[in-house]
Write a protein that binds this ligand. Structure first.
Ligand code: BDR
Ligand code: CA
Length: 313
């Protein structure tokens, strides 16, 4: 099987970090063409740094990491240090990365890659606010039709919101960008909170990372330990959702997920419900079906995949 070519667009974030590790640990299925950082969980200077830390941790100093947009299209940046800590990757002690940041802007890399590779061969995997992808589509509309598909983490329907009562963080931070991406006509698969809140860590699942006896296993265990305190306090849940790795797991094992092809629109006007993903789950409207909106995950299989793959690093 030829590996699928992907660009990971990300704002690490502990769960982004695990997603990147999962992709780098799965070369039979996935070829990471590059990683583009975006401002989100923490400002851009930290997300691009964190992306390089994760590549170095995986022993992959050769991966190209780019800095993209440092703020949303039309609004001030909202960050999530209350979830991810001051650095975005709080948990284990970490040294500053030494691998270089690419000189090219992340948006230019996305555009250039889509123009260079054969049409329909590059999958975009956004794990943060959609600013970089939307900017690429606005600046170079010719690349839109060349994207194979977009698989992203963002939004919610039954779970509604995590950053506001109505909105999920990635969509809320840059709703204008989300509107552009959801309206672009590219085949789109969405991993909303409805799925990721079913992919919870447990003591046993975190211990399995630690039991790997590797630097990667120790880091992932320490990150998930740190990350889970927030959701446990907020939701009273057993553990924390590993949101972003769901995107990569879908590329490797799509059968772990089920969902529906539905219409999803983004709220950009209302102050009260800004960034809400208005998902026509029940087919109430005649609006075009623009997104495969996932609803269920086989969590045991998902964590088994993570344990199997991360043990390779
Ligand atoms: C999303 O927001 C970020 O905090 C996580 O990394 C994830 O991408 C969940 O709402
Ligand atoms: Ca993220």
């Amino acid at each position: 099987m030829t590996p699928r070519k992907i660009i990971i667009d990300t704002d690490p974030g502990q769960d982004d970090a695990v997603a990147i590790l999962l992709a780098l640990a799965s070369p039979e299925e996935i070829e990471v063409l590059g990683i583009t950082a975006v401002a989100g969980n923490v400002p851009l200077a930290l997300t691009e740094r964190n992306a390089r830390i994760v590549c170095e941790l995986a022993g992959r100093r050769d991966v190209k990491v780019f800095a993209g947009c440092d703020r949303p299209l039309a609004r001030p940046l909202v960050t999530a240090e209350h979830v991810h800590g001051k650095t975005g990757l709080d948990g284990p002690p970490m040294a500053e990365p030494t691998m270089p940041l690419q000189a090219q802007h992340g948006v230019d890399f996305i555009i250039e890659t889509l123009r260079r590779e054969a049409p329909g061969t590059v999958t975009l995997c956004p794990l943060g606010p959609l600013t970089n992808v939307a900017t690429a589509f606005e600046r170079a509309p010719d690349v839109i039709g060349r994207v194979a598909q977009i698989v992203l983490m963002g939004g919610a329907y039954f779970e509604v919101g995590n950053i506001t009562p109505a909105a999920e963080f990635n969509i809320f931070v840059d709703p204008e960008a989300a509107k552009i991406v959801f309206g672009a006509g590219v085949p789109l698969t969405v991993m909303p909170l409805d799925v990721t809140h079913k992919a919870l860590t447990t003591r046993e699942r975190i211990d399995a990372f630690r039991a790997m006896g590797s630097t990667v296993g120790d880091h992932v265990a320490a990150w998930t330990d740190f990350f889970e305190r927030f959701d446990m306090e907020k939701y009273g849940s057993e553990g924390a959702p590993l949101h972003d790795p769901c995107v990569i797991a879908f590329l490797i094992r799509p059968e772990l997920f089920t969902g529906r092809l539905i219409n999803v629109e983004i709220e950009t006007a209302s102050e009260l419900t800004l960034g809400m993903t208005v998902a026509d789950w029940w087919g109430i409207t005649n609006r075009p079906r623009n997104a495969k909106f996932m609803g269920e995950i086989a969590a045991e299989g998902f964590y088994a995949l993570l344990a199997e793959r991360l043990a390779r690093l």
